[in-house]
Write a protein that binds this ligand. Structure first.
Ligand SMILES: [Fe+2]
Ligand SMILES: [Zn+2]
Length: 494
């Protein structure tokens, strides 16, 4: 689109912007350039640029101005067309939405080979009886021990040694629905029909394993009566998966009965999930309110609901808090708000505002520490969706750390209006879940979904906790949920 616009602009650009020297100018064209831009005096110095009217005549200048206005108008029309195109693409892919159900449909389509071409039927797709699987893909995804390392599942095959005109010399389909292919390069491959039919899975179904999806239970203030929890004393190998599974479903989980005389057990718990993420604040932390890290989180003032580390391109995945002690004072209740639930509320209340928060990029920064200003490599929307499925993936909301809103300045009011509506919903009493944390109860929540805050407090609070990367915890969850074979079996799905 930019090429078309540039062409349009170059066609319609007024003469004053066209007159520039050639790369290897002759004296004639150089003189033309000089005449357009400056006037030499007798002593060789240059006077100020004369008015365009004097150089081109009022009529030409009038034409240039008209054309310039026309360029502006057409450019705005192009913007509108591209915006409609993006909207149309979105409709074709499926609407932006908060997805709650992760349920795959049945496959079992028929695999057939005709005229040296492989076709897959998929009963789950209406109106799309068959699709052809390109031979290059099949050969590249041969699953034999010579093409894929049996332990690491890394590709051993040199993809680009496959002839581009690779063809099927012979094939057979046995009764177990395994397709055996002898290729023109002499290699033999075997594919199960399950593997072949997975190539035509809709993106929504592929996303279940790819993103580790689980049915989502949105929460509001009423979750106070039975919040998701587990016990630290569960030492079974499945304990961590049970915790992660609850977080995947509800957005958070308490781990009760955690020893609290020192932070050691809390750190052990986090390390049982995965690596603790290091940031400019350190890795596992243990602090009292002393403003040592130059961030409002380290004071005793109230904090509105927010997500952490919006200033990273990849914000922290999980966050853990454990109040080890609170002496000589009171207050400091913890606030949790389900960002997905409030996004769903906004979509119902004001779809246009939802769309604005889903499409306008916002920048952020962390600059409190000496010599540090961390910013993401690009802006991200408040409500970030999976481009493949349109499902909400991540909520980023931190007013304190917000930097620029990526919109032409004259239109930025639109974002503020949408953000104000989201903010009002976040602060509705029915959406705020307040809980007074006590020593022994670790809170772990999904920082890509759940916003957190706290009320002001007095006295001394000792808190420990840390972050876990999103990829680390979701990968851990997926291995527990689908098993190694399930996860690795879906690698080729894309
Ligand atoms: Fe925070
Ligand atoms: Zn092979």
């Amino acid at each position: 689109m930019y090429a078309a616009r540039a062409l349009l602009r170059s066609r319609l650009a007024p003469p004053s912007t066209v007159a520039k020297p050639c790369k290897s100018p002759t004296s004639a064209c150089y003189q033309v350039f000089v005449r357009h831009t400056s006037t030499s005096t007798q002593d060789g110095s240059q006077s100020k640029t004369p008015a365009l009217d004097d150089l081109l005549g009022a009529e030409q200048v009038g034409k240039a101005k008209t054309l310039s206005r026309e360029v502006g108008r057409l450019s705005r029309e192009l913007d509108a067309v591209y915006s409609r195109q993006r909207g149309l693409n979105r409709v074709l892919k499926g609407p932006l939405t908060v997805r709650r159900v992760a349920r795959a449909r049945e496959w079992g389509g028929r695999v057939s080979v005709r005229d040296g071409r492989v076709f897959v039927e998929n009963k789950a797709l209406s109106g799309e009886a068959e699709r052809e699987i390109p031979k290059i893909w099949l050969r590249d995804n041969c699953q034999c021990g010579g093409c894929v390392h049996e332990t690491t599942r890394q590709r051993l095959l040199d993809t680009f040694s496959i002839p581009s005109d690779i063809s099927i010399k012979s094939h057979s389909l046995n009764t177990n629905n395994v397709l055996s292919i002898e290729w023109s390069d002499g290699h033999t491959s075997e594919f199960t029909s399950q593997f072949l039919t997975s190539t035509v899975k809709p993106d929504h179904d592929k996303a279940i394993i790819r993103q580790g999806l689980k049915n989502v239970s949105l929460f509001d203030a009423s979750i106070a009566s039975s919040p998701p929890r587990h016990t630290y004393t569960d030492e079974r190998p499945t304990a961590i998966h049970t915790i992660l599974s609850k977080i995947r479903q509800h957005g958070f989980c308490y781990i009760d009965n955690t020893p609290h005389s020192t932070p050691t057990e809390t750190e052990t718990l986090l390390r049982r999930i995965s690596f603790i993420r290091e940031t400019h604040y350190g890795a596992f932390y243990d602090f009292t309110a002393d403003l040592a890290s130059q961030d409002t989180a380290y004071t005793n003032i109230a904090l509105e609901a927010h997500t952490d580390t919006t200033y990273f391109s990849d914000p922290a995945g999980l966050q853990a808090f454990h109040l080890l002690s609170h002496t000589e004072g009171s207050g400091g209740a913890s606030l949790l708000v389900d960002g997905f639930k409030v996004a769903a509320d906004l979509q119902v209340a004001d779809p246009q505002a939802y769309h604005v928060l889903a499409t306008v990029n916002v920048h952020a920064h962390a600059s409190g520490n000496d010599g540090i200003s961390i910013q993401p490599y690009r802006g991200f929307p408040v409500l970030e969706h999976d481009p493949a499925t349109g499902a909400l993936l991540r909520v980023r909301w931190n007013t304190a750390d917000r930097a620029g809103v990526e919109m032409p300045i004259e239109t930025v009011g639109t974002w503020y209006e949408a953000a104000r509506k989201f903010d009002a919903l976040l602060k509705e009493k029915r959406n705020e879940y307040w809980e007074q944390l006590t020593p022994g109860r670790v809170l772990i929540f999904d920082n890509w979904r759940v916003l957190h805050g706290r009320s002001a407090f007095t006295g001394k609070r000792r808190i420990c906790g840390g972050y876990v990367n999103r990829d680390d915890w979701i990968s851990r969850f997926k291995m527990g949920e689908f098993g190694r074979e399930g996860v690795l079996g879906a690698l080729a799905e894309g």
